[in-house]
Design a binder for this molecule. Structure first.
Ligand SMILES: [Zn+2]
Ligand SMILES: [Zn+2]
Length: 244
């Protein structure tokens, strides 16, 4: 699989990358929308977090912005491809399942740290204008996941480069990174808490934490793990917005 990737030309890599991110975005957004607006409310599991109505054009705007991000992420696959071509990084052929799992776990932790650092930067005076597009969604939706300014897309899309320069990952683990990332992202933007009682604690609390970030702007800059916000004192009280 890795050999196939490296042997493609730049256009093929960018086209395949764009298709991959498009499928991930639309499949996860539509599945999350159905789960949190139809299936789970029907069986009485979980709850909507922010009950405010969405502006009429929010879905259309988010999807339009996300299409640009998908093109940037897709075209950006040329960078991991280029560093492999140049010999600055290598892929591990025929990895064991244990190795792939360990690499996915390492990439997950890196993704959390990378997102937190980028997100803090995006809230600084210099970069906040590029993050304003994402914050136009005061109430997040499953379509908010990739709805941001191209500069933010470039920043967040750089996530695999440093790990690839430091370690010979398997292609399978690298392929899992966008899947993992969009799943966590859609959890954070679902505006729906997946727990029996409120507020959800721990990892499932990510939905409430990120909904609060969209509602209040300051604080809760992390992705899934609350640890970086806890360490930096940027955590918003989880009980701050309990609607029922
Ligand atoms: Zn933000
Ligand atoms: Zn967000």
């Amino acid at each position: 699989m890795g050999e196939w990737f490296v042997s493609r030309n730049a256009w093929q890599v960018m086209t395949a990358g764009t298709a991959y991110f498009a499928v991930l975005y639309f499949a996860t957004a539509l599945a999350a929308l159905w789960l949190t607006r139809v299936a789970l409310p029907r069986i009485g599991f979980g709850r909507t977090l922010d009950p405010r109505e969405l502006p009429a054009d929010q879905y259309r705007r988010e999807i339009a912005q996300a299409c640009v991000s998908i093109l940037i992420f897709g075209a950006g696959v040329v960078f991991p491809w280029a560093i492999l071509k140049l010999g600055w990084a290598s892929l591990t052929p025929d990895p064991s399942a244990v190795r792939v799992a360990a690499e996915v776990a390492a990439l997950f932790l890196w993704n959390e740290l990378h997102f937190y650092a980028c997100h803090r930067l995006l809230h600084t005076r210099v970069l906040r204008r590029f993050h304003a597009d994402h914050h136009r969604s005061h109430v997040p939706t499953p379509f908010s996941t990739y709805a941001f300014h191209p500069v933010e897309a470039l920043l967040l899309g750089s996530v695999p480069l440093v790990p690839m320069l430091l370690h010979d990952f398997s292609f399978e683990a690298l392929l899992c990174l966008p899947v993992l990332s969009i799943l966590l992202n859609v959890l954070g933007h679902a505006n729906y808490e997946l727990s029996r009682s409120a507020p959800a604690r721990g990892l499932l609390g990510a939905s409430r934490r990120h909904a609060l970030h969209h509602a209040r702007y300051h604080g809760n800059y992390g992705f899934l793990l609350p640890v970086f916000d806890r360490l930096s004192g940027t955590q918003i009280d989880g009980d701050a917005a309990t609607h029922r």
